[in-house]
Design a protein around this ligand. Structure first.
Ligand code: HEC
Ligand code: HEC
Length: 83
């Protein structure tokens, strides 16, 4: 029979790990940094991700107007292309 305190320690560790995933998602589960243009929403995962559905186009379109991509920024400033 295993001593109970070992199971208790394992349980507590798993609970702490599960909590950290939700408290620090950008450190625990993000695959890497976002492009510099998105650095302001680095820790707002649900700006792009929908629970259980992944990244949806609707989320991108909530900030970006599809017809303006590559022409105007989200703030309506013309995009200047590098030569
Ligand atoms: C600016 C939008 C944006 C934000 C904000 C964002 N992501 Fe993502 N993420 C993406 C895109 C786009 C992909 C690629 C999705 C694909 O290939 O279907 C992705 C992929 C991932 C993946 C790989 C698995 C998958 O669903 O394809 C993980 C894990 C992930 N993101 C975690 C995070 C976490 C955690 C955060 C917050 C800390 C975060 N992301 C914030 C856009 C974003
Ligand atoms: C919370 C708002 C928000 C969401 C959601 C968002 N973006 Fe952005 N995105 C921005 C801002 C702000 C910029 C900076 C330039 C601007 O204002 O257009 C930007 C810039 C970009 C750029 C230009 C990058 C560059 O360096 O010029 C691309 C491409 C882009 N976003 C694609 C996406 C895609 C694809 C998604 C969905 C996965 C997405 N964005 C979701 C706010 C958002």
């Amino acid at each position: 029979m295993k001593p109970r305190w070992i199971l208790a320690i394992i349980t507590v560790n798993l609970l702490i790990l599960a909590a950290l995933v939700f408290i620090y998602p950008h450190l625990m589960v993000a695959p890497g940094e976002l492009i510099p243009a998105h650095s302001q929403i680095e820790t707002e995962c649900f700006a792009c991700h929908a629970p259980l559905r992944g990244v949806t186009q609707e989320k991108c379109a909530s900030c970006h107007t599809v017809a303006n991509i590559g022409v105007l920024t989200t703030r309506g400033v013309p995009v200047v292309k590098a030569k």
